[in-house]
Each structure stands twice: as C-alpha cells, then as structure tokens.
Design a binder for this molecule. Structure first.
Ligand SMILES: [Fe+2]
Ligand SMILES: [Fe+2]
Length: 471
C-alpha cells in the first residue's frame, strides 16, 4: 500500500475514514510546525536537504530520496502492516489475542508508556539544534537533518496513538509534548539524558550511538506490546532508527580512525595538536553517554516493569528469544554493592525485566566497541576503547547511591571526585573539542580534520555530492 504524500497528513491509517480524528490532528499540525520553527535546527530552514521520506512501509520501498526544505518535510503517520491473528507473546496474557483497542484497566499505564517514549523524540531535536553551524561535512549535515526530521516523525507516530486512543487526555498530552523543553528548569523533558546538552559533534555521534540505541531497545520492547497499534508503530519506527544508529556508530568509527592515524605519528600519541581528537577524550565522552543511557532502562529491581510485563504492555527485546515468556516463579541474580564490597542477590525475574533489556543493550554496544578497536588495531595503534562497567556513574537504580570506578568496583565519593576528570569529559576536554569545531565545512566532498570520510555516500551518491544546497 503506497502512501499519498499530497494528503495534508500523509498516513496509512485511513485518516479519511475518521473525520473527527483527522480534524484533531490537523489542529495539532500547525502547533507542531510552530514548535519545529522555534526549536528545530537553527538556520538551514531554506536549505534544500537530500532527505528520504517514507512512502511505503514495505521492506524495500519505504524510502524515497529527494531535495526537501525541512519545514516542508512530509511528516506522516505510518504503522507497519498488521499481522493476522497476532497473539501476545509474554506475561500473564501470553497467547491471548493482541488488543486493537486500549483495555480500560491498562489505559493509564499505556498512556504513560507512550508519553515517555514520545517525549524523547522532540527532546533530541532540541538537543541537537545548534550542530548545523559546526558540521564536519555536507554528508554529516544531511545525516543530522535526516535524524532530526525522523525524530519529528516519531513524535507524530506517538501523537497519533494519543489522539486516536486516549481522547481528551491524549490530546492534552499531545500539546504538553510541544510545551516541554530539553534542559528547561521549569518544564524539562521527562528523562534526564534528554535534558543533557549536546554541544559538539562528538556528543552528537555518542548520542546517536548510545541514546538512539536505547531508543532501539525501548522500541523493540514496545514492538512486543499486546496493544497492537503501539506494536506496529514501534516496528516502523525501528526501520528509521536503524539509520540513526548507523550515523552514530560509523561517526565514532570515523573519528577514531582519524585520531589513530595522527596519534600513531606523534611521540606521545596525541591527536589534538594535529587537528584530531585525543583518544582518551573519546573514551571519556563514551563513559558519560553510555552510563547516562544505562539509566534510561530504569531500576534493576522495578515493580513498574514487572507490572508492564505481567499485563502484556511492554515485553523484552526479541521476546521470542527468551526461553520463558511468563517468568512466574523464576529468579535472577543481581550483583549489588553493600558497604564497600559486592554481594549477589536473587530477585524475582519479573522484577528484573529492565536488567534483561539492559543486558541486550550492553551486548550491542560492546559489539560496536569491538569494531572501533579493530579500526584502532588496523591503524597500528595499541590504545583500546572499552565500555565502563554498568555500575559506573549511575543516577538511577540500585547503583546510584554508591560510587564505582569504571571497572565496577565500589569506591568512596572522594576517590570518585579525585578521578572524575580522568573518567568523564572535563571542561578542558570540551574546550579542546570545540576548538576543532568552529565552523561548518560546506564544500562538497570535504571533511573536517578530526573525522575520516565515510566509506560510501548516501543513496549510492558520490562523496562529493551536494547533500545540502544553499541558496
Ligand atoms: Fe526516535
Ligand atoms: Fe532516533
């Protein structure tokens, strides 16, 4: 089924058959555009950006590329195709038919899950809004904007669910999503990582690597939901998310490559003096974003997560891969700090569902670190990047009251403070990174000194393609 892009709101949800819903969304649309103009990318509103736009949710044909001015992007509502007779795959409702409407008893919980996911989408656009002015190339500038417009579309996907299934409350939530602001004191975004500043392109690539990857695992969990419209929304968002993750993982890889090339020739292994980023600084940014994103999965022991799981609202990523989908009497072992040492504790498996999701996330991050270390080895550098232990620098959950070093060993607050500049980006690190990123590189085919070119262009286009046209 192809999507009519000339419709006021492109969609594959039969909006024309529900005039009330269509009118409500058409009333929200100008508020969304106002938000985009106020809080979206700074500058570039008149630039023609080589973007993909969804026109079909099928495996092949959903992306078509062309020059678009961002404020005119065709944000639409797309759900993956329904699966006939879909059954819920987990919890106390396992094997029951998936719901096409919101069960009354789960209304508040589902609304909360949808709003929490939805809030991250505009937040990330706000966090990234100043990066265009210091982009390392037209290729990267275009990727930034592709990510931004798709996060906008993810907001549309969630607002559709709120309007369609949650009535008045849902419409109010839709307005609130445009009223909160990343980093605001009075009206912050819901989750802390989405209030953290993204000041430079090392932040941006860490964000698309680690924070968008949190998004991937949240969406995989929601794609299991017994509430079928949410599951189908999440499935289609995942196809877009894959590109964001590609941008982050390859972006860091290209930075690492350039750093290694110059560090190899320096007697002290330094890169900043040669216009690239020091490898230990990359490690510190990694420590910051990885640890912050681990918090997004919630507490290690969570009765909320247990309830969502039991009621079939939110499962685990690729639930089918788990041997047991009910987890009624099972237990899981957690490693926790007690005074200055670690102890193991058994908890009911349902209470530890967040930890299952965190495991899958960490495994995926670890794979990417392995790739960057191959790049380092191939460049002849012995430095290795690594993920800090999951207990390091946590603000939420069982590890938030104790200090840990990057190996996960308990330490005192004083020891942590003393080593902080070794483990997390210092003010000096940020100044040094920003000193390399003072202007945008806008000559086709050229790249800033601190990042290697990618292996190939977007949509089979050459590297010196004009990915963004200015007038
Ligand atoms: Fe998103
Ligand atoms: Fe994303």
């Amino acid at each position: 089924m192809s999507i009519d892009l000339s419709a006021k709101i492109p969609n594959n949800v039969d909006l024309d058959r529900d005039p009330r819903l269509r009118r409500a969304l058409e009333a929200w649309q100008p508020k969304y555009v106002d938000w985009w103009n106020e809080m979206g990318p700074v500058g570039f509103a008149n630039a023609d950006v080589y973007l993909r736009t969804a026109i079909d949710v099928g495996a092949q044909g959903w992306a078509n590329f062309g020059y678009v001015k961002m404020p005119e992007y065709r944000w639409g509502i797309f759900l993956s195709n329904p699966e006939a007779d879909r059954k819920i795959g987990f919890g106390d409702v396992a094997d029951q038919p998936a719901w096409q409407d919101v069960p009354g008893e789960h209304r508040a919980a589902l609304r909360r899950l949808i709003v929490t996911q939805a809030d991250t989408e505009p937040a990330s656009v706000e966090q990234q809004r100043n990066l265009g002015a210091i982009a390392p190339s037209l290729y990267d500038l275009r990727n930034l904007f592709q990510v931004n417009v798709e996060e906008g579309r993810h907001l549309w996907a969630m607002v559709y669910l709120l309007h369609r299934y949650f009535g008045r409350d849902g419409r109010d939530e839709g307005d609130e999503l445009l009223a909160r602001r990343s980093g605001s004191v009075e009206k912050p975004r819901i989750l802390s990582t989405f209030n953290q500043p993204v000041e430079d392109w090392l932040d941006f690539f860490m964000f698309t690597m680690f924070t968008d990857r949190d998004g991937k695992f949240q969406l995989l969990s929601l794609a299991e939901s017994g509430f079928d419209p949410l599951a189908r929304s999440a499935q289609f968002m995942l196809t877009e998310e894959a590109h964001h993750l590609f941008v982050g993982e390859t972006g860091i890889d290209r930075i690492v490559q350039r750093s290694a090339e110059v560090a190899r020739t320096d007697p002290n292994g330094e890169a900043f003096r040669h216009g690239a980023i020091d490898l230990p600084v990359i490690q510190r940014y990694l420590n910051l974003w990885f640890s912050s994103c681990l918090d997004l999965f919630g507490g290690e022991v969570s009765s909320n997560a247990a309830t969502y799981f039991a009621n079939g609202l939110k499962g685990r990523p690729h639930e089918a891969r788990f041997p047991n989908h009910v987890e009624h009497n099972e237990v899981r072992t957690l490693e926790l700090a007690q005074d200055d040492h670690l102890v193991t504790r058994e908890v009911a498996a349902r209470l530890a569902v967040n930890e299952d999701t965190r495991d899958a996330y960490i495994q995926d991050c670890d794979r990417a670190v392995g790739r960057w270390n191959r790049t380092l080895r191939n460049a002849g550098v012995s430095y290795e990047l690594r993920l800090p232990n999951r207990r390091f620098n946590r603000r939420i959950g069982e590890h938030s009251d104790t200090f840990f070093d990057p190996d996960g060993q308990p330490i005192t607050a004083e020891q942590f403070t003393r080593s902080m500049d070794q483990w997390l980006p210092s003010a000096a690190d940020r100044v040094a990174v920003r000193a390399l990123q003072t202007r945008a590189v806008t000559t086709p085919g050229q790249f800033a000194s601190w990042i290697a070119p990618p292996l190939r262009g977007i949509d089979g286009r050459p590297m010196d393609f004009q990915y963004v046209r200015f007038d």
